[in-house]
Ligand binder design. Structure first.
Ligand SMILES: [Cu+2]
Length: 273
């Protein structure tokens, strides 16, 4: 029943898919750089663009497609911001985009969509940065990324436990977010992230410490499994249907998995430094 309705929905969405994408070309790909390689003004511009999206109003185009009895999330908060809408689609689509063939394609699409919103709505001029967390995997808690308290260019530290773990420093210290309830950005750190899910059978070792399972060596082995080969990696994870439309809850023009298989194929146009 659920699968059937998902199929019908896919067929409907297919007709609405973004058809011009395959004709696009990519001659000057943007270069995504590691956060530490950005200058302070470049970091400040990225933070300012996120904060800008968080000042824009809710977009009525947001149309959740997953029944809330399945997504198990709060309803849309129309007093939230455009940034909250972006966050919401990731929550709404959780069961569609995680542990399925949409996993890699959706997240490529999603980061691209956020970057485009930053550029088009907030005048952001840079490329989307990334975090090479294998550098910090041995001690994520003390990663320099979370020790930069600069009020304009820093990501700020962990939240204050005495203040509802709300972030007190850095460029996001005033960021208000709407879900699950309106609050200032919280940021917690735990080495046992899966402990709360101990009763869920899929987590076979919920008490395990994250820095044991995700050593730099383990991360490297995962990446090197199919080095630089997103297509091979994607197929190895789960055979995707290339014509499947990536869901976007009405927020962004929809494209197919095929459109995001190549980061310099035209619809996407970026490389990693
Ligand atoms: Cu995700």
């Amino acid at each position: 029943m659920f699968r059937l309705s998902a199929l019908v929905l896919s067929a409907v969405l297919l007709g609405l898919s973004f058809s011009g994408s395959r004709a696009a070309t990519c001659t000057r790909p943007s270069v995504r750089r590691e956060w530490r390689k950005l200058s302070a003004p470049e970091r400040a511009e990225w933070i300012a663009a996120i904060n800008c999206l968080a000042r824009l109003p809710h977009d009525d185009a947001l149309t959740p497609i997953v029944d809330r009895s399945i997504s198990n999330i709060p309803p849309v908060n129309t007093s939230g911001s455009y940034w909250d809408d972006i966050v919401y689609i990731h929550m709404d689509l959780n069961t569609r985009i995680h542990s399925t063939g949409f996993f890699f394609p959706f997240h490529r699409f999603y980061v691209h969509a956020v970057e485009s919103a930053m550029t088009e709505r907030c005048g952001y001029t840079g490329a989307f940065p990334y975090w090479d967390w294998s550098i910090d995997a041995h001690d994520v808690e003390h990663s320099p990324l979370f020790e930069d308290s600069n009020p304009i260019s820093g990501l700020g530290g962990w939240g204050d436990p005495a203040k509802d773990i709300q972030v007190q420093t850095g460029g996001f210290r005033h960021l208000e977010v709407a879900y699950p309830v309106p609050h200032v950005l919280r940021r917690n750190f735990t080495l046992q992230p899966f402990l709360p899910f101990a009763s869920v059978p899929v987590f076979t070792a919920p008490e395990q410490y994250a820095n044991v399972s995700f050593t730099p060596e383990r991360v490297r082995a995962l990446v090197d499994w199919t080095p630089g080969d997103f297509v091979g990696f994607q197929f190895a994870m789960e055979f995707p249907e290339l014509d499947s439309v990536i869901p976007a809850d009405g927020m962004f023009p929809e494209v197919t998995i095929r459109d995001v298989m190549d980061t310099t194929g035209g619809y996407l146009c970026y490389v990693y430094e």
